[in-house]
Design a protein around this ligand. Sequence first.
Ligand SMILES: Cc1cc2nc3c(=O)[nH]c(=O)nc-3n(C[C@H](O)[C@H](O)[C@H](O)COP(=O)(O)OP(=O)(O)OC[C@H]3O[C@@H](n4cnc5c(N)ncnc54)[C@H](O)[C@@H]3O)c2cc1C
Length: 386
Amino acid sequence: MLKCEYIIVGGGIQGLSTAFHLAANKRGGEDICLFEKEFIGYGDSGRNLGRFRVHFGAEENLKFALKAIDYLVNLHKLLGYNTLVARTGYLWLIYDEEEYKVMKRHLPLFEKYKIPLIEYSPDETYKRFSYLRRQKDLIASFLGPQDGTFHPDAIVFGFWKRLLNMNVKIYEWSEVKEIIVRDGNVSGVRLVDGREFNAKTVVLAVGKDLKYFSEKMNLGLSIEPVRKEVMVTEPFKYHIKELVIDSKFHTDFSQTFKGEIIGSAVVGEEVKGLVKRENTFKWLRSMAYILRNVLKGADKIRIMRIWSGFYDMTPDRSHIMGRKRDWPHGLYVIGGFSGHGFMLGPYAGKLLAEYILTGEEHELMKPFTPERFEKKKIIYETFVIG
Ligand SMILES: Cc1cc2nc3c(=O)[nH]c(=O)nc-3n(C[C@H](O)[C@H](O)[C@H](O)COP(=O)(O)OP(=O)(O)OC[C@H]3O[C@@H](n4cnc5c(N)ncnc54)[C@H](O)[C@@H]3O)c2cc1C
């Protein structure tokens, strides 16, 4: 049996960040092994829209995001890579009276943390954001100017390079089949190809596949993968700074610095569960129709590529990090980010690594314990995009 001290399962942002912060705190990563069943960044960390925000509906998430975004914005110093972070804003388009009331109800929370959310009338909206096609039923728009964009690939690549420099052992194309438990303690992992690796600590950072491990090991976590389809167009002149979230067309889209429109939309009944990453012609056709309706000139742009990813939804649409006391000793999870996990990932991995090494839970991490569902300390998050 091959030996490690710490095993991380999953090479997405959560696994990479946890491994990095373990290695950084211990001043070396020789005893850390990271297993990825495909290649680094293969999962949703390589399939998302690359946007960040601090506006969340639940105070626990908002407080976490404030710290996490600060960490994200400064990450280039840690990684030595340009992460292409910029505060380009989120623009929420509201057509429904109920949704309008929800936005207004949250304003005092945002004011408490000094994060502006600026309201515009329909006329102001279409004047200021002249790339939008006018809709008769728009009630208002809200702009979060401090929200923004980052480049997920640059961040994944930056962490990966740092792990190699710190001698963390990275095993790609190495799928973990099961966690080996002896006498109530984690003792290692067994791969699909039969190889076994020893370790006293195992972190599951497997994105949507946490559902598989939870069911297999009886961890009592409720994770529902929801498949999302995404598209990117050919590039053209950069003029859309904001991420636009349109509640009538159930779409969100933005423009990359290269000039491509990148976006997603909810079309009909969504596919749920541990199913294949697939795309549908129905979605592509609907997305093209939606884009023509919301964005001026979209009828002249060609869609270049489509792909799919998953939101790993929890019942309260908030992430899970840490461990339950009745789990095998040495087992930790980080997941269930419900569609907003990349932006939180670098900071979440830091807090989890510190918890593993010291046994001390950071105040900001405490609400996200996997025990919260049994303890009925649910986080009521309503701001989920897509
Ligand atoms: C369409 C879309 C848009 C999004 N937009 C944004 C956004 O704008 N901003 C934002 O912050 N977030 C966004 N997200 C969410 C974000 O991408 C995820 O929350 C985040 O990437 C999750 O990171 P992760 O490390 O938990 O999971 P992943 O990145 O999925 O990594 C998990 C890894 O574990 C591997 N794995 C699984 N099982 C095993 C096993 N048995 N053995 C070994 N390896 C295994 C997988 O191959 C995968 O690479 C979006 C998601 C989607 C789908």
